[in-house]
Design a protein around this ligand. Structure first.
Ligand code: HEC
Ligand code: HEC
Length: 565
């Protein structure tokens, strides 16, 4: 069943409550009092927005539109709302009008950088490993259907949080029984004294911590404007299974806040390049939303944030039917002169001699000598093999005893911090993601892959593994396998869920019933993904595991944001 049908069935229940949900009803039951707007609103000043919305969202004498003036969110949040207004509530908009309104609302009813930061993973469409929940009841109320990050991308008045809960009940009646309300304990029992419904805990939490006004927003809104980004930016990127990339992002003006872009990334692993022509919009003065098409990959979306001094863009460029593939990207303004971007090798072993190392960068002078390249304590450049403007090749020898840890790479005083590591012995390896979700597909739906990576670690200054001070030495080549996660009698998931290749890419099996399987069930299951690493320092291979759930395809999807287009 598609979502459209599901929603239109609920529409009748909903239409009855629409007046209330618009905040226009003054009837007297107890919830109505909670929905009465008591806080000052944020006036809507854009003419097109007023023209399109005020037919249903009444305008008051201060210029507030009902509901809208008491909400703030991201461009994605505003886009999701507009789509619902169009689909269910009868709003008519052209694509250009929608773009204009989302831009305006994100500007005047948006989020400040500090408000976006904790949920940037959600906007960057990263697989959520573990979300932290203030309480289990809150989790049940608001993270049963979507992540808690979804409401965390909103700021609202107290009445608006209540109306949001009503909206859920209107559209998704099951929310009441499934998430918002528990069966109350018998009256006059000790449990009854402290009992609170999940929805009450949730609304109190959001009203208190995610209110309409904040110091961060006052400060940001006063100064947010379309940034000047035209020019050349230097990019460092890494992707699970692909390693590190360096390159450039060239940005050209189209109109204020709108840009034409061209990125070129070169793999430090195999020298291959990716060319990505595209375009981008910047919302709220700092939220970069771009898109482009790369040969061999297809459509790529870019979600980044510009930092406060406007010299760095950071975020994720991603693709895949489940947005499961992506680069972690940092772009800094090219300010001219020598720039050091990174090295091909991520870690050098103590005692190794004449290790070939490539240093990537910009405008390296041809007369670079061994003394111009500094790799920090214990690492020595013994020879400069070749110099090109964007690449220096050297040989490196490491002391037999050294302090294991990161090293910055400097060329004539220009530095790439923590670009490299030096180590005596790998203490353990870790599989990322430690928990992951893959979707069966290939028959009806698209497959949802998982790209695994194994990273090596040293235990850090405290000598204790798996603590805060541990240091990553970067990805290491491992042997991948799948093992059973015993969760039931005669568990045989490992034979059916799919396979992992030796580059760590898990490909799920096909969707639909499998006649080869007991009771012809489909190929779902949960397994361990195991990485095994062998080196001369460790008598026993190092091993790490990730927990993988292979589930059915996501046939019912939330909207894909198009705010970059
Ligand atoms: C044809 C009537 C209609 C128009 C036009 C309309 N809306 Fe709505 N709007 C509704 C109704 C009904 C609700 C309550 C139900 C819901 O949330 O879908 C609502 C709710 C909302 C909410 C609250 C959603 C939430 O998350 O709680 C926002 C925000 C909103 N509208 C924004 C807009 C904006 C912005 C426009 C103009 C671009 C607009 N609406 C135009 C009918 C309309
Ligand atoms: C029964 C499943 C379910 C539960 C439980 C649930 N949500 Fe939602 N929520 C949804 C769906 C589905 C949507 C998408 C609505 C749409 O199509 O625009 C949504 C949308 C939202 C939005 C976007 C609002 C908008 O106007 O587009 C916010 C914010 C939100 N939920 C917050 C919450 C909070 C807070 C709670 C807990 C009080 C909660 N949700 C519990 C299913 C749920």
């Amino acid at each position: 069943m598609t979502r459209q049908i599901l929603v239109s069935r609920l529409f009748f229940t909903f239409a009855l409550t629409a007046g209330i949900l618009l905040g226009q009803d003054a009837s007297s039951d107890s919830d109505k009092a909670k929905e009465k707007e008591m806080e000052p609103g944020i006036p809507v000043t854009d003419q097109l927005t007023i023209a399109k919305c005020s037919g249903c969202h009444a305008k008051d004498d201060k210029g507030n539109l009902s509901r809208i003036s008491w909400d703030r969110t991201t461009p994605e949040g505003w886009q999701e709302v507009l789509k619902r207004m169009v689909r269910l509530n009868g709003l008519q908009l052209s694509a250009d009008e929608a773009r204009h309104i989302v831009r305006y609302l994100a500007q005047d009813h948006g989020l400040a950088p500090a408000e976006v930061k904790p949920v940037s993973w959600f906007l960057e469409m990263r697989q959520y490993g573990t979300e932290e929940y203030p309480s289990q009841k809150l989790r049940r109320a608001c993270a049963s259907c979507h992540t808690l990050a979804k409401p965390m991308t909103w700021r609202r008045s107290k009445a608006e949080w209540q109306l949001l809960a009503n909206m859920h009940i209107g559209y998704y009646t099951v929310a009441q029984f499934y998430a918002f309300r528990d069966r109350a304990p018998e009256p006059n029992t000790p449990e009854a004294a402290n009992f609170r419904q999940p929805i009450d805990i949730a609304l109190e939490y959001f009203s208190k911590n995610y209110g309409l006004y904040s110091a961060e927003w006052s400060n940001w809104h006063a100064q947010a404007s379309d940034p000047e980004l035209k020019g050349r930016w230097l990019v460092t990127a890494k992707a699970a299974g692909k390693g590190k990339y360096v390159g450039t992002l060239t940005i050209d003006n189209v109109s204020p806040g709108e840009f034409k872009t061209e990125a070129v990334l070169t793999s430090l692993r195999d020298g291959s390049t990716i060319k990505l022509p595209g375009k981008a919009l910047v919302y709220t003065g700092y939220l970069w939303r771009g898109s482009g098409k790369a040969d061999g990959i297809g459509s790529i979306r870019q979600v980044m944030a510009l930092d406060a001094d406007q010299s760095k863009l950071e975020g994720r460029w991603f693709w895949g039917d489940y947005q499961e593939f992506g680069f972690d990207v940092t772009a800094t303004r090219d300010t001219g002169g020598i720039a050091v971007l990174g090295t091909d090798v991520t870690a050098i072993h103590a005692g190794d001699a004449d290790v070939p190392l490539k240093i990537m960068g910009q405008r390296f002078p041809s007369d670079i000598a061994a003394g111009d390249v500094k790799l920090g304590p214990g690492l020595h450049v013994t020879k400069v093999v070749s110099v090109k403007p964007d690449e220096i090749r050297v040989l490196v020898t490491a002391d037999a005893k050294l302090n294991s840890g990161h090293r910055s790479v400097s060329v004539r005083g220009q530095t790439a911090p923590n670009a490299l590591a030096a180590y005596e012995k790998i203490d353990y390896i870790k599989v990322s993601a430690e928990t992951a979700l893959s979707h069966l597909g290939g028959t009806v739906a698209k497959k949802g892959f998982v790209q695994y990576e194994a990273e090596a670690f040293i235990s850090g200054a405290d000598g204790v593994p798996h603590t805060e001070d541990d240091i990553s030495l970067g990805p290491v080549p491992v042997k991948w396998s799948i093992e059973e996660f015993l969760s039931r009698n005669k568990d045989d998931d490992k034979e059916f869920v799919g396979f992992i290749d030796q580059n760590g890419l898990f490909t799920p099996a096909s969707d639909g019933p499998n006649p080869q399987r007991r009771f012809s069930t489909n190929n779902t299951g949960d397994v361990w993904v195991v990485a095994r690493y062998v080196d001369k320092d460790n008598p026993k291979p190092l091993e790490a595991k990730g927990y993988l759930v292979v589930t059915v395809p996501a046939l019912l999807r939330w909207d894909e944001p198009e705010v970059g287009q």
